[in-house]
Design a binder for this molecule. Structure first.
Ligand SMILES: *[C@@H]1O[C@H](CO)[C@@H](O)[C@H](O)[C@H]1NC(C)=O
Ligand SMILES: *[C@@H]1O[C@H](CO)[C@@H](O)[C@H](O)[C@H]1NC(C)=O
Ligand SMILES: *[C@@H]1O[C@H](CO)[C@@H](O)[C@H](O)[C@H]1NC(C)=O
Length: 303
């Protein structure tokens, strides 16, 4: 017992200068709020935040992690930590560069410095770039995720490293990634179950952003590649694509302009319409709120 007491004192003395230094720059009213979150919840409710102080309206009793895709906001970090929620950085890098192991090491080191400076709890790697299956980038990407995870876990206790994947592993938008390897290399992967019309190979017909069957097919394809199911988290979005239609063929069936994306006609023909606008527009729309049985999705027509 005495021994333990002494150890405790020694640890306290050693730890004291470090803690004081770290807490000195802490922007939160309560300096302990700058410490990383260590608790691991049973399930994640992860929010991708794009800024504008919308976080003030979130239901923080549900949120476990927030990825800060907007401008850094220390007030948000302090608030999230006070609610036991993690705040993580966004990580993006050119896949051409990551073939070089020393480039990867310096990129990871930079992100770690930033994460510590901003009192963040990890990083969400969001590389939405084309990768050829037989290219050196293919394995380099898996290596980047593994090395980032190892470094963050080592340097920031309790930290979290995650990766965003397209709604299906079938080379969506020419992204050939090692899904199994990437999922195993990080804490979990997010399936971006939206923007599923980024490449429409059949007729150029307007469709739901995330039709039910298409979403399900994407998951089944991931499972069939033995991606660990426990590591998969669904993402839904609060927007859709709207835009001018070429031709109103029949109810719920409209052709869209050919604005190709990587070789196919695409939702690039429209523009993103946020949830807030949708909820206003629906009331003044021609059709009012409708339900498409085939796609299991709501829609409306408007002028
Ligand atoms: C993938 O391969 C195609 C054709 O060989 C090439 O045009 C393209 O630049 C490559 N993309 C990347 C990211 O290396
Ligand atoms: C994916 O990555 C893992 C780990 O690096 C490797 O063992 C596996 O062979 C890769 N799988 C494919 C299909 O490339
Ligand atoms: C959705 O998938 C199920 C099962 O594969 C299939 O039976 C059904 O016809 C599909 N519905 C549409 C609208 O494609």
């Amino acid at each position: 017992r005495q021994l333990r007491g002494l150890h405790g004192l020694a640890l306290l003395l050693l730890a004291l200068p470090l803690v004081t230094n770290a807490d000195a720059d802490c922007p939160c009213e309560e300096p302990t709020l700058c410490r990383p979150i260590r608790h691991h919840p049973d399930h994640e409710v992860f929010v991708f935040d794009v800024g504008y102080k919308t976080w003030k309206y979130y239901d923080w009793s549900q949120i476990t992690t927030l990825a800060a895709f907007g401008k850094y906001d220390s007030e948000l970090m302090c608030y999230a930590h006070s609610k036991g929620a993690r705040v993580v950085l966004k990580g993006d890098v050119s896949v051409k560069d990551i073939i070089d192991p020393s480039f990867r090491a310096s990129w990871i080191a930079q992100k770690l410095i930033l994460a510590k400076k901003q009192y963040m709890d990890g990083i969400n790697i969001d590389i939405e770039q084309e990768v050829n299956c037989s290219s050196p980038e293919y394995d380099a990407l898996t290596a980047l995720v593994k090395e980032t995870t190892d470094a963050f876990h080592r340097e920031i206790e309790g930290s979290q490293v995650t990766f965003d994947v397209a709604w299906s592993p079938k080379n969506i938008d020419k992204r050939c990634y090692n899904y199994t390897g990437i999922a195993d290399a990080c804490d979990f992967v997010f399936v971006m179950s939206y923007d599923e019309q980024s490449q429409v190979w059949s007729d150029c017909i307007a469709a739901a952003n995330a039709p039910y069957n298409q979403t399900l097919t994407g998951y089944l394809d991931l499972y069939s590649r033995n991606v660990n199911k426990d590591l998969i988290v669904l993402i839904i979005v609060y927007y859709t694509f709207g835009g001018s239609l070429l031709n109103f063929v029949q109810k719920g069936y409209c052709t869209i302009a050919k604005v190709p994306f990587r070789g196919a006609c695409s939702d690039a023909a429209g523009r993103q319409v946020p949830y807030k606008v949708i909820m206003k527009q629906i009331n003044s729309s021609i059709s009012g709120g409708q339900w498409n049985e085939d796609q299991q999705a709501p829609y409306y027509n408007y002028k």
